[in-house]
Design a protein around this ligand. Structure first.
Ligand code: PGA
Length: 270
């Protein structure tokens, strides 16, 4: 049974003081026990957000992590530094691929550091617009998955709770979201590719999120797709009203899915 997850990626927004306040506000307005909520603030805001959320079941994530465990890497943050501050970490976000030159190989090593430190990874994948227009979106995403996941034990990654976020690059921050059906087709392709990478049937248990211009107005289109288990939200995650709408809708989905599962299990038992 896959969880419904709404993860907020605050990117390079908020000061520590603002972050604590915003986290408290969002937590108070999104109390949906059936939805896994994650907030990923900037590194320097992690402690403030942790302190603000001590009494709230909201997980905290980092936005990236260095691929080495330690060393002479000025300005970088290792996985073990995050322990006690974050329990999740985003790896492979397209802005890191673009701005920090992170390759699939580096992202694979980041996954390894996340696992070593007990952090739950959200692995981002997604094609450029020209890839989609040329009909090679799935090929690109499969290549990213292969590059990052090869060499990792599926059992270990599965136990760590690996989440995949499908974020078409052309949809991020543009106001132009993907179609729900296309995102669902990609979620199926992601699980298919993972099945072929040694995951077998365990690929079906991997939550796949959609990301790219998600708002309270369009979240429904994605959650209506059974293949999609939630969203990675950027711009809209900085607004408590938007998060209230998004997580509220996710709560409806989570309850509907668990009712449907209970019914199926019940009819199977008879
Ligand atoms: P966006 O960002 O919601 O602002 O498009 C999503 C993301 O980059 O994770």
């Amino acid at each position: 049974m896959r969880p419904v997850v709404i993860a907020a990626n605050w990117k390079m927004h908020t000061t520590p003081a603002e972050a604590g306040e915003l986290a408290r506000l969002i937590a108070a307005r999104t109390r949906e026990p059936d939805v896994v909520r994650v907030i990923c603030p900037p590194f320097v805001c992690l402690a403030a957000v942790r302190d603000a959320l001590l009494d709230e079941p909201v997980a905290i994530g980092a936005q990236t992590v260095h691929h080495e465990a330690r060393g002479a890497f000025t300005g970088m943050i290792s996985a073990e530094m995050l322990v006690g501050l974050a329990s999740w970490v985003i790896v492979g976000h397209s802005e890191r691929r673009r701005d920090a030159g992170e390759t699939d190989e580096i992202i694979g090593r980041q996954l390894g550091r996340a696992l070593d430190a007990g952090l739950r990874p959200i692995l981002c994948v997604g094609e450029q617009l020209d890839d989609r227009e040329a009909g090679r979106a799935e090929t690109v995403v499969e290549r990213q998955l292969r590059g990052a996941l090869t060499g990792h034990d599926p059992v270990r990654l599965g136990e760590a709770g690996l989440v995949v976020a499908y974020e078409p690059v052309w949809a991020i921050g543009t106001g132009r979201s993907a179609h729900g059906a296309d995102a669902a087709a990609m979620a199926d392709a992601v699980r298919g590719a993972m099945g072929n990478l040694g995951w077998g049937a365990a690929a079906d248990a991997v939550p796949v999120l959609y990301g790219g211009s998600v708002t309270s107005a369009n979240i429904e289109e994605f959650l209506a797709e059974p293949a999609i288990d939630g969203a990675l939200v950027g711009g809209a995650s900085l607004k408590a009203d938007e998060m209230a709408g998004i997580v509220g809708r996710a709560g409806i989905t989570a309850r509907a899915r668990s009712t449907a599962r209970a019914r199926t299990a019940g009819s199977g038992a008879r």
